[in-house]
Write a protein that binds this ligand. Structure first.
Ligand code: HEM
Length: 423
């Protein structure tokens, strides 16, 4: 399980079926691949569970942010933050997405080799930094990227069983982690304090967080809570989107027919100008490509919930304290829901036949990804901007396979050669 959790969970489902059971020590784990049961646990009886693992150990970074907090803090924060992610706001972020992708490509040349996962990571960080702090981000994005990389490396270790030990030992890696956290705090608090001091109201994500008021109590978030939410958005909104893009580029490189169809749609809908948020509804094939990519390689590949009381659903029951796992990387490839599941076939989304809770790249229920709309816009616009100008082909010897850490990423990276289009 530790060496290759993905293969382990796939095997468990194959051998035991849609409700697999596993006992580790005194703890009961259930791997659920049954859509109606998943709906029940995430929505109908969602309040009877808490998130698992409780990411206490990583709280140094996220604090009581939306990803890690539980009710009542979570509910209050969710209400306060929802407006920042509403439909009307997404077009504004879309313009940032287009601009950042165009800037990234300005240095790209025909024939150049590129590590695509790194490039996508840089791109999505730049996008989230500019969505959060429109103007201050410019000079800070590179420092934030550097410090976040150190922090994320450590986070991948902290969620492992030996994780708690690491922070207690005087290891160079834990010292670097603390130093990187301190630097990130300095930057984020610096921007928050400068905004508060200036009294300026800006139309970006940070501006929304600073001005959000609880509809009932009129209360605002304090400085610490804003810091926690900013860090949460930085991490939740950048790693996931970067991996979603990287996997899509891989699938397009290995499925030339889909790539040709996508290029044709982009030139039909957009022509030669850079694709922008107004094009999103018309880029239907690009949307299907992105859906299909997140089916095959869901960036958040597993989620877990712990039962706060004995859980019963029909003839299924689990004792209090049981952990219910939904492994999207396995669920999305079950042949009973997705025929020919290992085939990249965007048009299966023309008339989807799978039950609703057989596909959940963004989770579901009260903890559904708050950035889902943002992520759709980002996925489609970045892909359309990239595909309009460049094709990518895999370099020889690059063996691409998934590695399930905090997110699902290409284990050995993704080395590609750029081919400029129309040259
Ligand atoms: C393709 C990109 C993305 C994917 C696949 C993704 C996936 C997910 C999933 C599966 C969850 C639920 C986890 C659980 O229930 O245990 C989640 C939660 C969350 N996501 Fe995303 N996400 C993406 C992009 C984003 C973006 C762009 C943002 C912000 C700008 C974001 C912010 C969050 C936050 C704050 C939560 C916690 C929500 C809560 O618990 O109320 N995500 N995401």
């Amino acid at each position: 399980m530790i060496q290759n959790p993905l293969r382990f969970f796939a095997h468990l489902a194959d051998s035991q079926g849609l409700r697999a059971h596993l006992k580790l020590g005194s703890r009961n784990f259930y791997l659920i691949n049954e859509p109606e049961l998943i709906r029940d646990m995430l929505i109908t009886q969602g309040a009877a569970f808490e998130k698992f693992p409780r990411i206490e150990r990583t709280k140094g970074l996220f604090g009581e942010g939306l990803l890690t907090s539980e009710d009542p803090t979570h509910l209050r924060q969710r209400r306060l933050m929802q407006p920042a992610f509403q439909r009307e706001r997404i077009a504004g972020y879309g313009r940032i997405m287009t601009r950042c992708t165009q800037t990234l490509m300005a240095d790209w040349r025909d024939g150049q080799e590129l590590e695509a996962t790194e490039a996508m990571s840089r791109l999505t960080l730049e996008i989230v930094a500019r969505s959060l702090f429109t103007t201050e981000a410019g000079d800070k994005a590179a420092t934030i990227a550097h410090e976040l990389e150190i922090v994320l490396k450590m986070l991948n270790q902290l969620v492992m069983p030996w994780g708690p030990l690491l922070l207690d030992l005087p290891l160079p890696a834990s010292r670097r982690y603390r130093a990187a956290l301190a630097k990130l705090d300095e930057i984020v608090y610096g921007v928050i304090d400068a905004r508060l001091a200036s009294g300026e109201e800006r139309d970006d994500l940070l501006g929304m967080l600073l001005s959000a008021r609880d509809a009932d109590t009129g209360e605002r978030m304090d400085r610490l809570q804003i810091r926690d939410e900013v860090m949460t958005i930085f991490v939740a909104g950048h790693e996931t989107a970067a991996n979603a893009l990287a996997w899509t580029l891989y699938l397009l490189a290995t499925n030339p027919d889909a790539r040709t169809e996508m290029e044709a749609e982009i030139s039909r809908v957009v022509g030669d100008r850079p694709p922008g948020p107004e094009d999103f509804p018309n880029l239907a094939y690009c949307q299907r490509v992105f859906s299909e990519s997140m089916r095959m390689f869901p960036p958040v590949w597993i989620l877990g919930r712990r039962a706060l009381a004995p859980y019963v659903y029909g003839d299924f029951s689990a004792p209090k304290g049981s952990i219910l796992l939904v492994c999207m990387a396995v669920l999305h490839r079950r042949a009973e829901f997705f025929p020919d599941p290992d085939r990249f076939w965007p048009d299966r989304w023309l008339e989807p036949t799978a039950p609703k809770f057989a596909y959940l790249p963004f989770g579901g229920g009260g903890r559904l990804c708050i950035g889902e709309r943002y992520a759709w816009m980002e996925g489609v616009l970045c892909l359309a901007n990239l595909a309009q100008r460049f094709r990518m082909e895999l370099t020889a010897g690059n063996k691409v396979e998934p590695l399930g850490m905090l997110t699902l990423r290409p284990k050995n990276g993704l080395r590609v050669r750029l081919i400029a289009r129309g040259e």
